[in-house]
Write a protein that binds this ligand. Structure first.
Ligand SMILES: Cc1cc2nc3c(=O)[nH]c(=O)nc-3n(C[C@H](O)[C@H](O)[C@H](O)COP(=O)(O)OP(=O)(O)OC[C@H]3O[C@@H](n4cnc5c(N)ncnc54)[C@H](O)[C@@H]3O)c2cc1C
Length: 538
């Protein structure tokens, strides 16, 4: 006898992912009176801040900027303790938000979505979980995260290793003690750069395997004084507005001059003044920092000088100096003592450009030159960014067309929000939106609001289906590429370009036109009655 099929649950809206995006989407949809369910693969809410628990995990955007702005009461009531919030503090904040707005009961945890198929005739989606549960929904929102599908390096032998292995994005919930152990860290992107100084404090011996040297700046993190917090809270509304209209979602003075038109002493003083202030100050000092190689090189060399000034051993310092990509074209990092960590006698740097990793052995890590015996390996090897979590779901639109087919040569989207042929499917901070090139909180709120407002608009008209047109999608995708090509970003082999995943099309996936310009464009579309979107009823 075959088991009876699970009854299909019919809802108005289904959201995949219970991070900052999914939770706010739930709140907004509920506000529209839509019966909404959120499906989350993890065993708790929080997304990024649930999964990434490695030592030193912390946000590179200031806490008072990396927080929801939709509720003035929430932003007044919540107190942050540090300039840059730690992972546990952000997770506590997310739980506070979920408690405050009664969101927990809308989320089904430990539920991974396996497929989403559009039913043309009814204008609705069938969503199936890995456990085989099925949902029938009108609206489908992928709040699956830009950095939520982790990746291991493509080296043989990981399963052979006899010691402990960790991935920064799947860190155990209980504390990991490295005291007295020989540790390898593979990867020196944002997560590695945050974790390495803290692992070095405990480990008997730490070997860092670096494929790409990255640019990092000191976070200069500090406790948030009551006075500073109160001051920001007094001007919070204005500050939020400035963030929304800025380039990166972080208010900074607008550059007016080329880096090449000021004399070197003045330029040096400018870089000193923004060094260690925030994530974007170095990038936004001059109008051409990210478009002109010579202008960019002035910033890159300034950082290299800083590295040489911190790291005692000249050879190690040179290995840590980035030379294979323009400054800012890979995710810039903020650190707390990263470069100084290499002055410890117990810390060693291996340049994988010179001696590539060949395999993981039973006892450690082997390069083309030597085998390094270790007790623990930490993989800080990043993510299949922007498209990885979408590609992991079997998404099929009109006439059963797989999204994977449509995106075979790279993602095409309208505004990073929708894909033609996939009606009522929305992505939060999808490829083609400012997303990872911004303070993500600003982008997440803008996207969620746009989706909720669009759905509300459709319903007011008596329509149930919203779909971007092919023309609008092509126009936007061309625009994203043109703006990207105007900059130095495509020159880097970065995860922005998909370069860290073998076989992934090499396309600059984010929109670098700025969050302010992007928002203004979306607002204009809404004001003009949504040109580029087709509305219909089923
Ligand atoms: C270590 C780290 C540091 C970061 N630092 C910053 C920073 O300084 N500033 C900044 O702006 N941004 C930062 N980010 C980016 C961060 O991801 C975003 O700021 C934000 O948290 C994204 O929220 P989200 O809800 O869109 O996605 P996520 O938080 O990634 O949540 C997506 C959720 O979807 C779930 N999911 C995915 N696929 C499925 C499926 N098939 N079925 C069910 N559930 C699924 C995942 O389990 C996850 O919980 C950082 C990211 C990382 C990893």
């Amino acid at each position: 006898m075959t088991a009876p099929a699970t009854p299909v649950r019919r809802v108005d809206a289904l959201v995949v992912g219970a991070g900052l995006s999914g939770l706010y989407m739930l709140h907004r949809f509920r506000g529209l009176g839509l019966d909404t369910v959120v499906l989350e693969a993890g065993s708790d809410i929080g997304g990024t801040w649930f999964w990434n628990r490695y030592p030193g995990a912390r946000c590179d955007v200031e806490s008072m900027e990396y927080s929801y702005s939709f509720s003035p009461e929430l932003e007044q009531d919540w107190d942050w303790t540090e300039k840059y919030p730690t992972q546990p503090e952000i997770l506590r904040y997310i739980h506070h938000v979920a408690d405050r707005f009664g969101l927990h009961d809308g989320v089904r945890l430990e539920t991974r979505v396996a497929s989403a198929h559009y039913r043309d005739a009814e204008g609705r989606w069938t969503v199936t979980t890995e456990a085989g549960d099925r949902y029938d929904t009108e609206q489908l929102v992928m709040a699956t995260g830009c950095l939520s599908t982790s990746k291991l390096p493509e080296i043989p032998g990981v399963e052979r290793f006899a010691g402990r292995t960790f991935h920064t994005a799947h860190w155990p919930h209980e504390e990991v003690d490295f005291t007295g152990r020989r540790v390898a860290v593979i990867g020196t992107g944002s997560s590695g750069i945050q974790a390495i100084p803290l692992i070095a404090e405990q480990a008997a011996d730490l070997t860092v395997f670096q494929r790409t040297a990255n640019f990092s700046m000191p976070a200069n993190n500090a406790p948030l004084s009551e006075q500073a917090q109160a001051e920001r809270k007094r001007g919070y509304r204005e500050h939020r507005e400035a963030a929304r209209t800025s380039g990166f979602g972080i208010p900074v003075p607008e550059a007016t001059r080329s880096a090449l038109e000021v004399d070197p002493t003045e330029r040096h003083a400018q870089y000193e003044s923004v060094w260690g202030r925030n994530l974007v100050g170095m990038l936004t000092s001059y109008t051409d920092s990210i478009v002109d190689p010579a202008a960019n090189e002035t910033a890159a060399e300034f950082v290299r000088e800083k590295i040489r000034g911190i790291v005692d051993d000249p050879e190690t310092a040179e290995t840590l100096c980035p030379r294979d990509h323009p400054f800012g074209t890979k995710r810039p990092c903020l650190d707390s003592g990263y470069y100084a960590t290499f002055n410890r006698e117990t810390v060693h740097l291996v340049d994988l450009k010179k001696t590539p990793l060949t395999e993981i052995t039973e006892h450690g890590v082997r390069t083309s030159e030597a085998e390094y015996a270790v007790d623990d390996i930490v993989f800080a090897t990043g993510f299949d960014a922007m498209t990885g979590s979408l590609a992991a779901i079997d998404i099929r639109g009109r006439a059963g067309r797989p999204l994977a087919d449509k995106w075979a040569d790279g993602p095409v989207t309208h505004l990073g929000l929708q894909v033609a042929g996939f009606p009522n499917l929305y992505m939060i901070t999808g490829p083609g939106s400012p997303s990872v090139l911004s303070n993500m909180m600003v982008s997440i709120e803008q996207h969620v609001d746009f989706v909720a407002d669009t759905v509300a608009h459709a319903h007011t008209r008596g329509d149930t289906v919203v779909e971007s047109t092919e023309e609008a999608e092509q126009g936007w995708t061309d625009h994203v590429r043109e703006v990207g090509d105007y900059t130095l970003y495509p020159q880097a082999d970065s995860w922005y370009m998909g370069s860290n995943v073998p076989g992934k099309p090499r396309v600059f996936m984010a929109y670098i036109g700025g969050v302010g310009a992007y928002r203004a464009h979306c607002e204009q579309l809404a004001a003009d009655g949504y040109p580029g979107f087709a509305f219909s009823a089923r």
